[in-house]
Design a protein around this ligand. Sequence first.
Ligand SMILES: [Zn+2]
Length: 146
Amino acid sequence: MIRPFPTHDHPLQPTGNDRLVFDVLRAANGPVSAYDILDRLKPDRPRIAPTTVYRALEHLIRAGRVRRIESLNAYLPATDTPDRAVVFAICDDCGRVQERDAGAEVGRITKALAKDGFRPTHPVVEVHGRCGDCDAGTDNGAGAKA
Ligand SMILES: [Zn+2]
């Protein structure tokens, strides 16, 4: 579940642009690129610049409000616990992105890397494929629906 935009509960005070960008992400049905965010803001704010959107995204990511989908170069609002490690399951057919807790798995990987002297700072786990709904809608699967 996506939390509402913070007001005073976070040390990083959101700016007005942060809120605008966050509202676009929250209204979207999936990940949105920075340029799509810009396009959606242009009708009301014709002079808004790409750097403004990128700065707001950076701010929101640091505040734990937004996650970046690296392989899509797009953004999603963070769910309840933005600090936990997650795996993103990305459907290449419909574009839906599902977020699943991957704390234990990512913990194992980062510990193994740390043993080798590597200090992980930004673990990213993204898996591309086909979601259950899209898979059920094809003739490829044995249990496919008509
Ligand atoms: Zn799908």
